[in-house]
Design a protein. Sequence first.
Lengths: 113, 111
Amino acid sequence: DSGVTQTPKHLITATGQRVTLRCSPRSGDLSVYWYQQSLDQGLQFLIQYYNGEERAKGNILERFSAQQFPDLHSELNLSSLELGDSALYFCASSPPQGPYEQYFGPGTRLTVT
Amino acid sequence: EDQVTQSPEALRLQEGESSSLNCSYTVSGLRGLFWYRQDPGKGPEFLFTLYSAGEEKEKERLKAKLTKKESFLHITAPKPEDSATYLCAARNSGGYQKVTFGTGTKLQVIP
């Protein structure tokens, strides 16, 4: 158990809908990262937050957005969902001091039908 | 642009047959090289951090080593429970110290 929690574990929804994925980082970690992993694909970095502020953006679609709240939990919002958005979505957190290794949550499996 | 390349893509070993996985990296000022293990449908599990060329770390049957351009993950006498995808990632020295992941090596250990 990495100490990073994600809810829900599974999500099934229809095309065009909007969903919210939630992540709580490990105690003491200030950074939160979101990744997408499609079937048998590598990890695609989406976005990073540090202590409530956006730090870096990767391959995140305009239909996707995220935020980190004062209690450091983070939410990833996915809207106008398409079949191709079906994937595992992982959240990771890292400590405030180097080397900033990332600890991953168990993931949310999103299925868009 | 930072790049991390892992080889082979897949590796099939007999139980007890030792081998190495390779991770080649090109990053601006390496600030850490990380190894992770990922089981199907699960989040990656952190294994090691390596900082500088020549550094080695061990954990059970796994031994990781870093050179100036590559890292190797050697698996000694693997067991079926070592079957997983092994991911390598490199952190650069840029403004927010971006981490780049490789696509992984899928290891299967056959009894």
